[in-house]
Design a protein around this ligand. Structure first.
Ligand code: PMP
Length: 451
């Protein structure tokens, strides 16, 4: 499947990239993006003939891998019949995508507002919450990522927001539970859960409940470190929202559509239903940009006879919606969600724990399904991170050595600060998952050497 290497073309692609492409989140002259020639399933390759197993799923979105033939065919068919049409019309691909999504979201989240990605979904969800409640503020967690646009970056807790933070966007931040680096100095999950809920209720009380439109949380925070909340936490947040008339927004842009071994991460937390749920990425495996907000009956009712003041030129783009319909149908027909759950429980989880037992640089293994993080440390007792906290994201020797060793063994790893996230396609084969774990083993030797 890998075509003939073509280093000359690769050099031309790289030269044009260096000359004209301005890359995200980067110091332009300090990066050297790999020129990628092609991709299929869980693999991609460069122009030199090197092939890599993708343990990143792109940016955690190719939940069914690259170039799934059924999704590619659906996009081609849609392009041949109706490539584009404006949002204010009823279209087969759009209404079918909305129906399939609504069928899978929990509770009465039965209306879908389409966007082009995750940040726009977050922008619109919080706008809906403010208009629905008539209140100005939104509470968000420090360890979170909600997107790179104006409101979404303000809602983000991750320090990447610092250079862009307006400081006055009606956002109040709080600490969500994270036992390994507990903001509450808790000793166990039950204590962490209780203290986090008390802290959140105190925050609500002192901010003034009648000023708070929404609480936004990633169901399982992703970018900030893949931290499944303790049992009872989300149910507790739901209760606080009900008590104070606050809209609960669960951001499932990264955790949704099979990533955690359920259609949505919230399905792991019995009975919790948000008022708004944001999605993107896995909805169509990122083949064409698409995101959206799933809306509860009560919030949809607010805009039944009063216009919703928001919209996007490409909302519900037919190509993106056709890709979503095909992706969801592929996931259902091929049992991708169940596969992710089983492989996570039987192969990836145990495999990572086994690596942790042998490598002194692994501080903690966390995750579920195809959504895992290894936290690398200098000292397992003190939990001192392997590299100092550096929100600018500049290269650092230990993690660079880890990544280089992985790549030398044919594995493309996800590296963020002192962590590697193990987030392969949800339909990765068992032999490929095992090969990736073996490459991680060698890469962790390189990390160990930096302790
Ligand atoms: N929310 C979450 C939880 C995310 O992980 C991301 C992207 N990583 C976003 C929002 C923003 O999505 P996008 O980059 O598609 O705007």
């Amino acid at each position: 499947m890998t075509p003939q290497p073509d280093p000359q073309l690769g050099a031309a692609v790289s030269a044009a990239d260096r000359a004209h492409v301005f890359h995200s989140w980067s110091a332009q002259e300090l990066i050297a993006p790999l020129a990628v020639a092609g991709a299929e399933g869980s693999y991609f390759w460069d122009y030199e003939g090197n092939r890599y197993l993708d343990f990143t799923s792109g940016l955690v979105y190719t939940n069914i891998g690259y170039q799934h033939p059924k999704v590619v065919a659906a996009i081609q068919e849609q392009a041949a019949t109706m490539t584009t049409f404006a949002p204010a019309f009823a279209l087969e691909a759009r209404s079918e995508a909305a129906r399939l999504i609504a069928e899978r979201t929990p509770g009465d989240l039965d209306k879908i507002f389409f966007t082009n990605g995750g940040a726009e979904a977050v922008e619109n969800a919080t706008r809906m919450a403010r208009l629905h409640t008539g209140r100005p503020k939104v509470l968000s967690a420090y360890r979170s990522y909600h997107g790179g646009t104006a409101a979404a970056i303000n809602l983000t807790g991750d320090p990447r927001r610092w250079p862009s933070d307006s400081g006055s966007a009606g956002v109040v931040r709080f600490w969500a539970p994270f036992l390994y680096r507990s903001p509450f100095h808790s000793e166990n999950e039950a204590q962490e859960c209780e203290r986090a809920l008390t802290h959140l209720e105190d925050t609500i009380s002192f901010e003034g409940p009648a000023t708070i439109a929404a609480i936004i949380l990633e169901t399982i925070p992703g970018t900030a470190g893949i931290m499944p909340p303790p049992p009872g936490y989300l149910a507790g947040v739901r209760e606080l929202c009900d008590r104070y008339g606050i809209v609960l927004v669960l951001d499932e842009v990264m955790a949704g559509f099979g990533r955690t071994g359920k259609w949505f991460a919230v399905d792991h937390y019995d009975g919790v239903v948000p008022d708004l749920l944001t999605f993107a990425k896995g909805v169509n495996s990122g083949y064409v940009p698409l995101g959206g907000v799933a809306i509860s009956g009560a919030i949809a009712e607010t805009f039944a006879r009063r216009p919703y003041p928001g919209g996007l030129t490409y909302s519900g783009h037919p190509l993106a919606c056709a890709a979503a319909v095909a992706t969801i149908n592929v996931m259902a027909a091929e049992g991708v969600v169940e596969h992710a759950a089983r492989l996570g429980e039987d192969v990836i989880g145990p495999g990572l724990r086994e690596l942790a037992a042998r490598h002194p640089s692994v501080g903690e293994v966390r995750g579920v399904g195809m959504f895992w993080a290894l936290e690398l440390v200098r000292d397992q007792e003190t939990r001192e991170p392997l590299v100092p906290y550096n929100p600018s994201g500049e290269a650092n020797a230990p993690m660079a050595a880890f990544a280089a060793a992985a790549k030398a063994n044919g594995l493309w790893p996800f590296v963020n600060m002192n962590r590697t996230h193990v987030v392969p396609p949800c339909n990765i084969s068992e032999p490929d998952a095992k090969a990736g774990l073996a490459a991680l083993d060698t890469a962790l030797d390189a990390a160990d050497a930096h302790i």
